[in-house]
Design a protein around this ligand. Structure first.
Ligand SMILES: Cc1ncc(COP(=O)(O)O)c(C=O)c1O
Length: 461
């Protein structure tokens, strides 16, 4: 069992930081790989994004605020489209979804994955063509499935026998033939730099390959002939840098494809290899480009298809983090700086685990910089923490900030586009921050700040 976040983290020595973290030569310098493409430090020392100073953004929208570099997000969509021109790229909306982002990814030619009625409603409200929507989830309700069918979503990724039963009944009632993929649990689990391939698939998602559920599901759908089985789907994890996990999963899933062909004489036309492509949160991370990824995935799929004597299926992928993660930074204001003698300096900002739970939840690492000014002070190892009543409320575990960091400074944390606003909570009744999109010198609010009135509006007792 993992130790309590605060306990484990308090255990290490503060003054030196982790081995990978180097003292910067210039504490004001930005590491370009960690920041949205249109972020720079201006002559006055403040960061700008697409020509707008963070000082102006803080004055106009308040802090904390998620700042989206819209052209960065769009350029990442285009990079994926260019790298996968004949494949389909589904943006995984769970990473971050709002109407403006749905429109951006639709305009850039991407498809969209949703995994709940709420995400589906957001996609439809923004005008996403339903045929470009895929619907995921291990426990889709009858109401959600009905809505997806009535909207005409392009594909539903089925996850259990009960869901097949429900969807079959709903399709019969409506006289429709929904397109489905079978989500296969391939026994590969990949996170960050490592992957493990296990015989046993102990998780809630998908149909087990090793246990025989996956082939049974596929054959049942083919035999009943109510749903249109388009292909198999596998998603192996998150923040993956190493293609070998995809290699093992593609091998296993294509072997299943061959078994289905041998059993029923049907070659499924599609294959989805999921998402999980890693991004750079800190200087430790060295992600592949979409072009590299495309080359590697195609090589893997082509090789396995040749080995199984299968026609190469139409491929799709589902990047979430790799599209939106690097396009956003969170801007906070420093409220308190506390030097805990001989251990470390705690820099408290006006948000925390309610706007970024990943550090506490996954032990994630982030970077940070003082964003409102340049400093001539020496670099000082600091920990950026939030304002919540939880000692595990850490935003950035270890970062060098200038030793003169002080209340009123703005601190920016890059790489917060994915799984931060979408996982945000109201812990301690802290209202959730807004999202501001900046493009060509113009900033526009795309998700407004939650207010205390919003919180009280739900509280009807
Ligand atoms: C089925 C599926 N596809 C895609 C993704 C997106 O993963 P990422 O944002 O790491 O690319 C997830 C994430 O959990 C997922 O469960």
């Amino acid at each position: 069992m993992r130790a309590h976040e605060a306990g484990a983290l308090h255990g290490d020595i503060g003054s030196r930081g982790p081995a990978w973290l180097r003292t910067p030569v210039d504490v004001n310098a930005l590491v370009p790989e960690l920041w949205p493409r249109n972020v720079a430090r201006a002559a006055d020392g403040a960061l700008t994004v697409a020509g707008r100073s963070v000082r102006d953004l803080a004055a106009e929208f308040g802090t904390p605020v998620y700042v989206l570099d819209e052209d960065d997000l769009r350029s990442r969509c285009r990079d994926f489209r260019a790298a996968f021109p004949t494949e389909d790229v589904y943006y995984a909306g769970k990473a971050f979804l709002c109407r403006a982002v749905v429109r951006m990814i639709a305009e850039e030619g991407l498809h969209l994955d949703v995994c709940s009625g709420g995400e589906l409603a957001t996609a439809l409200a923004a005008g996403m063509p339903p045929e470009r929507i895929g619907f995921h989830g291990n426990n889709k309700s009858v109401a959600e499935l009905s809505r997806a069918l009535d909207a005409g979503v392009g594909r539903i990724i089925v996850d259990s026998f009960q869901e097949i039963d429900r969807l079959t009944a709903l399709a019969r009632e409506r006289g429709v033939r929904p397109r489905v993929l079978v989500r296969v649990t391939v026994g590969v689990e990949a996170h960050t730099h490592e992957f493990i391939a296990t015989a046993h698939e102990d998780q809630k998602f998908g149909f087990s390959l090793a246990g025989g559920a996956a082939i049974a599901a596929a054959l049942r759908i083919l035999d009943e002939d109510v749903l249109e089985l388009r292909g198999l789907h596998s998603h192996i994890g998150s923040q993956i840098f190493d293609a070998s996990g995809f290699e093992v999963s593609a091998r296993r899933v294509l072997a299943l494809q061959a078994q289905i062909r041998d059993a029923r004489g049907v070659e499924l036309p599609e294959l989805d290899l999921g998402g999980g492509f890693g991004i750079a949160y800190t200087t430790q991370d060295d992600p592949a480009t979409p072009a590299d990824l495309a080359k590697r995935l195609r090589k893997i799929v082509d090789g396995e298809c040749a080995a199984e004597r299968l026609a190469v299926p139409h491929l799709s992928i589902e990047p979430g983090r790799a599209i939106v993660g690097p396009a956003v930074f969170t801007l906070y204001e420093v409220g308190t700086v506390k030097d805990v003698d001989g251990i470390r300096t705690y820099v408290s900002v006006d948000g925390g685990m309610s706007d970024n739970i990943r550090t506490a939840l996954y032990d994630a690492s982030y970077s940070a910089t003082v964003a409102s000014r340049a400093s001539v002070a020496e670099p000082m190892l600091a920990r950026v923490v939030g304002k919540h009543c939880e000692s595990g409320d850490i935003v950035v575990k270890d970062e060098f900030l200038p030793a003169d960091v002080q209340p009123g400074d703005l601190v920016a944390v890059p790489g917060t586009g994915a799984y931060c606003r979408s996982m945000a909570s109201n812990y301690n009744h802290v209202p959730r921050p807004p999202v501001v999109a900046v493009r060509d010198g113009q900033a526009r609010l795309i998700v407004r700040r939650e207010t205390e009135e919003d919180l009280l509006a739900l509280d009807v007792g």
